[in-house]
Design a protein around this ligand. Structure first.
Ligand code: MUC
Ligand code: MG
Length: 367
């Protein structure tokens, strides 16, 4: 069970349908495949998605920090020493997706070594999650058509609508068009990625008061300290903190500050070990939890699913597990399949996924 190497392989897979949102846009999944090997020949995998506009990481930076700093620090530790692994990674500040991918690859290797699914090792609450699909910026007709396509093909009935544009009427028209089209048959919530001011957010929420929104997420920056507290205090639906809560300490700070009433857990930024801490904290504070999407590919989605299915609080709401559908291809031998609006986790050991080596050879960008 001793770790003998940690490998970081950059790859690039184009998006069939790019995603646009208030803080950035994605045209290709330029991620990093992380592989942790043990002296028994077991290989654990996970992926790190660079999100410079959210965490400041780049693809080359992720490869460099893993190769130059983290790989050497972990050599010789066993898969059971996960707190020691975390402590060594924590000597370097930042780099959340690089650290998380290593953590999740370690858990995958541990599950494979023990012959047990990671989701069961974490908590084993259920075997599936309902799926929420994220709709990027476009005009109302295109976004309604996209939602209808997701409904028809995959049975998805929960949609997170990206908002935060100026004027806000652009986004309000989309949410209204979705509600008019689907009536009460779908759940809708919005994510501003900090695009609006607190006052703009309050005005937009007033305009959408009749649209039955489930949540509002990061409409304005948490750094607008008093404005954000003012906004959250006047809403009658939960306000989700996403990019403002990448650590357990941030969750504590933002919740105690009145800057949010619910949280996203993203395994891409807190792995399994830290996500478990965030989950327990959220449970203790009585928060609503939504499993978020870091614009993950299928490897990242399998990780989100494994964690979300492990606990009651993380499987209560639909998880954001469908963004990979917008990619032109992926790296798994058996693609994930969303059926009847749900994604079922693998019952195989570890994460239950296998990398297609031919595809990796084709999409890797380091040779
Ligand atoms: C989301 O929920 O915000 C877009 C930016 C990011 O950090 O994550 C995605 C999705
Ligand atoms: Mg978000």
């Amino acid at each position: 069970m001793k770790i003998v190497s940690v490998e970081a392989v950059p790859f690039s897979i184009p998006y069939r349908k790019p995603l646009h949102f208030a803080s950035g846009e994605v045209y290709a999944a330029e991620h990093v495949l992380v592989r942790v090997r043990t002296d028994d020949g077991v290989v654990g995998v996970a992926e790190a998605p660079p999100r410079p506009y959210t965490y400041g990481e780049t693809q080359r930076g992720i490869v460099a920090v893993i190769e130059d700093v983290f790989a050497g620090q972990l050599q010789g530790l066993t898969l059971l020493e996960r707190e020691q692994i975390g402590a060594r990674l924590a000597r370097t500040v930042g780099n959340p997706t690089a650290k998380s991918a290593i953590d999740m690859a370690v858990w995958d290797a541990l599950g494979k070594t023990l012959g047990l699914p990671v989701s069961e090792l974490l908590g084993g609450y259920t075997d599936r999650l309902r799926v929420s699909h994220m709709l990027g910026f476009d005009d109302p007709e295109t976004m309604v058509a996209e939602a209808q396509r997701m409904r028809d093909r995959h049975g998805i009935a929960t949609f997170k609508v990206k908002v935060g544009r100026r004027p806000a009427e652009l986004d309000i028209a989309v949410v209204r068009a979705l509600r008019d089209h689907f009536g009460d048959t779908v759940e809708l919530y919005i994510d501003g990625n900090r695009g609006w001011t607190p006052a703009e957010s309050a005005r937009a929420m007033k305009e959408m008061a009749d649209l039955g929104l489930l949540f509002a997420e990061e409409l304005c920056p948490a750094d607008d300290v008093l404005g954000r507290r003012w906004l959250v205090g006047r809403l009658d639906i939960p306000f989700i903190a996403d990019e403002s809560v990448p650590t357990p300490a941030d969750v504590t700070r933002e919740i105690l500050a009145g800057a949010a009433t619910a949280i996203n857990i993203k395994t891409a930024r807190t792995g399994f070990t830290q996500s478990r801490r965030v989950h327990h904290l959220g449970e203790g504070l009585g928060l609503e939890i939504v499993m978020g999407n870091q614009i993950d590919g299928q490897i990242g989605t399998a990780c989100t699913l494994a964690f979300g299915a492990a606990f009651e609080a993380t499987s209560r709401y639909a998880g954001e597990l469908s963004n990979f559908l917008d990619m032109s291809d992926d790296l798994l031998t058996e693609p994930l399949q969303i059926r009847d609006g749900c994604l079922q986790r693998s019952s195989r050991a570890g994460l239950g996924i296998d990398i297609d080596e031919d595809k990796l050879e084709h999409y890797r960008t380091d040779n």
